[in-house]
Ligand binder design. Structure first.
Ligand code: CAA
Length: 259
């Protein structure tokens, strides 16, 4: 499997596949092409009988620093509705095999949302999770208001989403957002260990168990995700979105006017 923005190893060891997000210079910002490649790779690994567990990772500095702000900055609300960039996420959500996110460094915005779209998260001690979209004049659009609230509870999710402040790995562990925190040099090994424990089980029982856990976890989730997505796209009709994203690109503080 040859892709431009991800690296795929279908058998990092028996039954375990590894997908590495690979735009290191841009901190693995999730542009449309990368997300399309990720959707295609996961579909193909899901269809491969040899694969039982899939690990998604980035590099030591960043799992992913969010959706690609430079790609979105000039878009209108109608552009966003027509491009519907988060529709690829619906396909990824349908992956039947367990997905483990191995997170080091930044997992921000869409990066945090992608880690939460996975079934479990193994974090390095230097991991930082956050939904900083509010700082660029928008809001989470790919599950941040929905999955984060379910994972960490309303008070913590509200604070993270409304301030944009990050939490560190230990906080993420105590909030119940991640499964384990290990030293940076071990986070991928730890994810593989976890994958091995799952890969040793009956693949059909594992898939049905995953589906069952998600049945309760995802109850009413689709409605919430759709609502969030529409609000995210609609914010591209505001001056504050233009100002917030332009300020990021120009490396200055935004001047929000509430319009
Ligand atoms: N989109 C596009 N480019 C990004 C990016 C993003 N989300 N995050 C980082 N980059 C780029 C930077 O622009 C920079 O590029 P240049 O070298 O060309 O200037 C490069 O990656 C390295 O980043 P920094 O120089 O900013 O690195 P830093 O260590 O000083 O800061 C950071 C790191 C705090 C993560 C900072 O890059 C940052 O704040 N990034 C944006 C985080 C963010 O707002 N994410 C949410 C995006 S919106 C979203 O995700 C919507 C959704 O719900 C899906």
């Amino acid at each position: 499997m040859n892709f431009e923005f991800i690296l795929v190893e279908p058998a990092i060891e028996k039954h375990i596949a590894l997908v590495r997000l690979n735009r290191p210079k841009e901190l693995n910002a999730l542009n449309l092409q990368l997300m399309g490649e990720l959707r295609d790779a996961l579909k193909s690994l899901d269809d491969n009988d040899e694969v039982r567990v899939i690990i998604i990772t980035g590099n030591e500095r960043a799992f992913a620093a969010g959706a690609d702000i430079k790609q979105m900055a000039g878009k209108t609300a109608i552009d966003m509705l027509q491009i519907d960039q988060f529709s690829t996420w619906d396909s990824i959500r349908k992956t039947k095999k367990p997905l483990i996110a191995a997170v080091s460094g930044f997992a921000l915005g869409g990066g945090c949302e992608l880690s939460m779209l996975c079934d479990m998260i193994v974090a390095s001690e230097n991991a930082k999770f956050g939904q900083p979209e509010i700082k660029i004049g928008v809001m989470p659009g790919a599950g941040g208001t929905q999955r984060l609230t379910r994972a960490v509870g309303k008070a913590r999710a509200m604070e993270m989403v409304l301030t944009g402040n990050f939490i560190n790995a230990q906080e993420a562990l105590s909030y119940g957002l991640v499964n384990r925190v290990v030293p940076e040099e071990l986070y991928l090994d730890e994810a593989i260990k976890l994958a091995r424990d799952i890969a040793a089980q009956s693949p059909i029982a594992v898939q049905m168990a995953k589906e069952s856990v998600n049945k309760t976890y995802e109850n009413h989730l689709q409605e919430g995700l759709f609502f969030e997505r529409k609000n995210f796209y609609m914010l591209f009709a505001s001056e504050d979105q233009k100002e917030g994203m332009a300020a990021f690109v120009e490396k200055r503080k935004p001047d929000f006017k509430g319009r």
